[in-house]
Design a protein around this ligand. Sequence first.
Ligand code: FES
Length: 102
Amino acid sequence: MKLLASTAELSEGGFKTKTLDGLEIIVGKADGRYFAIQDLCPHAYVNISYGHIEGCAITCPWHGFTYDVHSGECVSWAGTDGLNRFPIEVKDGDIYMLEKQD
Ligand code: FES
């Protein structure tokens, strides 16, 4: 379990980035739930953290693809690869990344 952020750091619709083990990660809060995703748009492999969140959707600033931050699915172009998500646990006001299960 690796610490990503404190819940106090994240307001609704907000996120921060963190590098863990060489991976750039976005941790944030959308629709009242926390999430962790790789900071990488699968369309052209650029940082999606330059985008913005509305509801559960993050929109990539490069070509406008939109992804659900909780499911990882691309909701603007069916069949497009989704975001790489990470399982998290919220405990005592902190958000931890759990080991990824394949
Ligand atoms: S790089 Fe994100 S939509 Fe193209």
